[in-house]
Design a protein around this ligand. Structure first.
Ligand code: TXA
Ligand code: MG
Length: 328
């Protein structure tokens, strides 16, 4: 879809302009994204998981702008995106487990929560005052190009209003945040389509904090052991709050078919108005999940969802679906 675009804005003007620029993933667009970030602006960026709402992680005002644009509760810490594991070590206290997981899965859909190093220059808003930091090296070439051009750490939660479905296209970003952010860098749909898997390495044992785009089985194989599961007392990730990723409509799970007045999200042979994957492929289902929920939510009716197998990426899909269906 064509969007209004005015590359002639000065950076300062753009920051006070209610219009959100639509940037292309070419040299000019990437340079513009980096300049906006350097000036303390908010830029939505594609990553392989979901679009992130990026700001300079060292600039407290810019980071505050993220919370404001998203309407996000301020106690929720943000993921810091860096170009490679060397840069991650500037912020997170490194360990053998960090080395194993970073070597196996970075760049990629994995976030590591590490103890904060002393004398880091991150805004305390990024970590919401915790003594740990969530770090990720994204694989998406456009995210990597912006990290290189910008030359610093980018704080980026998913680019959606707080508590709503994550954005996997630039249109999703704009439908939630247009006029509230400076720019979106449009590079088409995200390939993974689920947020990163988050592993806490600031616990006695490596701990699963959020299921996501990297299957748990792969992480356990790399570590050679079973992950601990965070107990609710230590849960601070909003991805673990019960009503999160919520569409506006009511959601009913494990449905065999639609009741009167419902729209139906199918899986495999249980078909519906939309189907997460007619062939029953969980990777395809993950990539389609938020897009299909957005599309069904736009129809303004309650949403019934077919059951999805609870292994591999199905665990993360079911985690999102349970939150979408939770009472709020
Ligand atoms: O794939 C993703 O992870 C996307 C892309 C943009 O990178 N980002 C994303 O960010 O999903 P966000 O902010 O929506 O989710 C970050 C999660 C939150 O649940 C937050 O609470 C958790 O990471 N988190 C951040 N710092 C943490 C910390 N120090 N300890 C525990 N959880 C933390
Ligand atoms: Mg989010």
């Amino acid at each position: 879809m064509a969007r209004r675009r005015n590359p002639k804005h000065s950076v300062t003007k753009a920051l006070t302009n209610p219009m959100t620029e639509n940037l292309r993933p070419d040299r000019n667009g990437i340079a513009r994204a980096a300049a906006l970030l350097q000036a303390g602006g908010l830029v939505a960026l594609p990553t392989e998981t979901v679009y992130g709402l990026g700001a300079d992680a060292r600039n407290g005002t810019a980071v505050a702008g993220i919370y404001a644009a998203k309407g996000r509760p301020s106690f929720n810490p943000l993921i810091v995106h860096v170009a490679n594991a060397d840069h991650a070590r500037d912020y997170g206290l490194w360990s053998d487990h960090a080395e194993v997981l970073a070597t196996a899965f970075w760049p990629g859909p994995l976030t590591l929560v590490l103890p904060l190093v002393p004398n880091h220059n991150l805004s305390s808003l990024v970590t919401a005052g915790l003594d740990s930091v969530a770090l990720r090296v994204p694989a998406h070439p456009t995210a990597q190009a912006v990290l290189q051009a910008f030359g610093g750490p980018i704080a980026a939660p998913s680019a959606n209003p707080s508590g709503r479905i994550s954005a996997t296209t630039a249109d999703h970003v704009l439908s939630g945040l247009e006029g509230r952010i400076d720019a979106v860098l449009d590079d088409g749909p995200c390939t993974v389509g689920l947020e990163s898997t988050i592993i806490g390495l600031n616990h006695a044992r490596p701990t699963l904090l959020r299921a996501g785009g990297l299957p748990i089985e792969a992480i356990e194989a790399a570590l050679g052991g079973v992950l601990a599961i965070a107990d609710s007392a230590e849960i601070i990730a909003p991805g673990q709050m019960m009503s999160h990723y919520a569409p506006k409509a009511q959601v009913r799970l494990n449905a065999k078919d639609a009741r009167a007045g419902e729209v139906f999200l199918g899986f495999g042979q249980i078909d519906g108005d939309l189907n997460l994957s007619p062939s029953g492929d969980l990777t395809e289902a993950a990539a389609a999940l938020f897009d299909h929920l957005h599309a069904l939510d736009a129809m303004g009716k309650p949403i019934a969802v077919a059951s999805v197998p609870d292994h591999g990426l199905g665990r993360a899909i079911n985690d999102r679906l349970r939150r979408a269906a939770a009472p709020r």
